[in-house]
Design a protein around this ligand. Structure first.
Ligand SMILES: NC(=O)c1ccc[n+]([C@@H]2O[C@H](COP(=O)([O-])OP(=O)(O)OC[C@H]3O[C@@H](n4cnc5c(N)ncnc54)[C@H](O)[C@@H]3O)[C@@H](O)[C@H]2O)c1
Ligand SMILES: [Zn+2]
Length: 357
């Protein structure tokens, strides 16, 4: 679909469901494709189908944070040098391929059209929508995630169910946790429906994308802080991810981070006990959040000083050093609150014992 908007400008999500083979028939010739190497191997017809559309170049990248480096970005941009301004970049992979490709699409020719083909559930429910892309940098031996980023909205997203068939249970859980995050914090009715009956993968992707889109549409470039509600579970999620040295996946970290946010909400009297219980129980029964003993294991390895440093480096920290956290006032209703350090410091010993405060 061609629109008159400049490439990358905000536009509502334009999702098409179908097999990759069917959707690829509409890919303009001369595109630049960035493909997760593993996806190409697991889905042997993917590259031949793509190549039948005469792409200018196909860049194979190894998925994972290694894809979000300046080296990988340079590789993509170099392959796109001869592309015209009217060209299209198509990103086929998980969130990491999507993120680096978004940055490349923004930079190439000062912006080319982008098609996202998310291949992980996490990318399908979250990262391939909302316009954000970023790469990581290494400062004094430590990887800093996402400091160099852009907004560049995709023109289209292709959702190809057959690509999700090769995801492991762990990968499915990671994506499901992000989907449940949106449902638990934004839509009470849907939350109750999910509790009654486990949603299919397709249902979950459609609902999560609709919910995320409804938030992004109100604040496409994050000028008003409205998108912060999407970060439920992310404050302590990021801490746990870092403390594990990124062995704990983002989705699992967000799952445990939601339990922490529910605890903080209860401690402040913001989240009613009953709502917190229901969400915690649903996260166990539904997507299968890891247990509090994982939080315990991870926090026991960390010092309070490290955690304080991680939290104050968090983009969500308030001006007086308090944490800007997303809390639930009820199921489906998220608010942003500044939380003083004394609140989580009191919960800390309980978390390090693996108990529910
Ligand atoms: N831009 C955003 O708004 C946004 C939002 C959330 C997360 N993110 C970013 O997304 C990244 C995480 O995304 P992710 O979890 O998709 O990670 P990923 O891209 O690293 O993929 C995870 C693993 O799954 C493999 N994989 C991909 N598709 C597969 C398939 N169909 N079958 C089997 N294996 C497959 C990949 O090769 C990789 O090893 C992080 O870098 C995070 O910062 C971005
Ligand atoms: Zn997330």
């Amino acid at each position: 679909m061609k629109t008159s908007l400049p490439p990358g400008a905000y536009r509502p999500a334009n999702d098409t469901w179908g097999s990759f083979k069917r959707l690829c028939a509409n890919l303009p010739e001369g595109s630049l494709a960035v493909v997760d190497r593993r996806v190409a191997r697991l889905h042997p017809t993917l590259l031949p189908t793509l190549k039948a559309r005469n792409p200018r170049a196909v860049v194979l990248l190894t998925g994972g944070e290694v894809a979000k480096t300046f080296e990988a970005l340079e590789q993509v941009v170099a392959a796109g040098l001869a592309m015209p301004r009217s060209g299209t970049l198509i990103a086929i992979g998980g969130g990491t391929i999507g993120d680096v490709s978004t940055v490349a699409a923004h930079l190439l020719k000062r912006g080319v059209r982008l098609i996202q083909v998310p291949t992980t559930l996490l990318a399908a429910v979250d990262s391939s929508l909302g316009g954000k892309g970023a790469v990581d940098i290494t400062v004094r031996g430590r990887v800093v995630k996402n400091p160099v980023g852009v907004f560049h909205y995709a023109e289209e997203a292709w959702l190809c169910p057959e690509l999700y068939e090769t995801l492991s249970d762990t990968q499915l859980r990671e994506g499901a946790l992000e989907a449940w995050k949106m449902v638990a914090s934004l839509d009470a009715e849907l939350f109750r429906a999910y509790v009654r009956r486990e949603p299919s993968l397709e249902r979950m992707v459609k609902d999560a994308r609709r919910l995320k889109e409804s938030v992004c549409a109100k604040d496409p470039y994050e000028h008003q802080g409205l998108r912060r509600v999407l970060n439920f579970g992310h404050t302590f999620g990021h801490v746990l991810e870092s403390v594990s040295r990124f062995k704990l996946s983002h989705g699992d970290a967000v799952g445990l981070g939601m339990l922490c946010a529910l605890d903080v909400g209860r401690a402040l009297g913001v989240t009613p006990e009953d709502a917190a219980w229901k969400v915690e129980d649903a996260l166990h029964q539904g997507p299968g959040v890891l247990g509090r003993e994982r939080t315990m294991d991870l926090l026991q390895r960390a010092t309070l000083k490290d955690v304080t440093a991680l939290l104050s480096a968090d983009k969500k920290a308030g001006s007086a050093g308090e944490l800007r956290m997303v809390l639930l006032t009820d199921i489906g209703i998220a608010v942003v609150r500044d939380v003083g350090a004394e609140v989580w410091r009191k919960l800390w010993p309980v978390w390090t014992r693996g108990e529910r405060p």
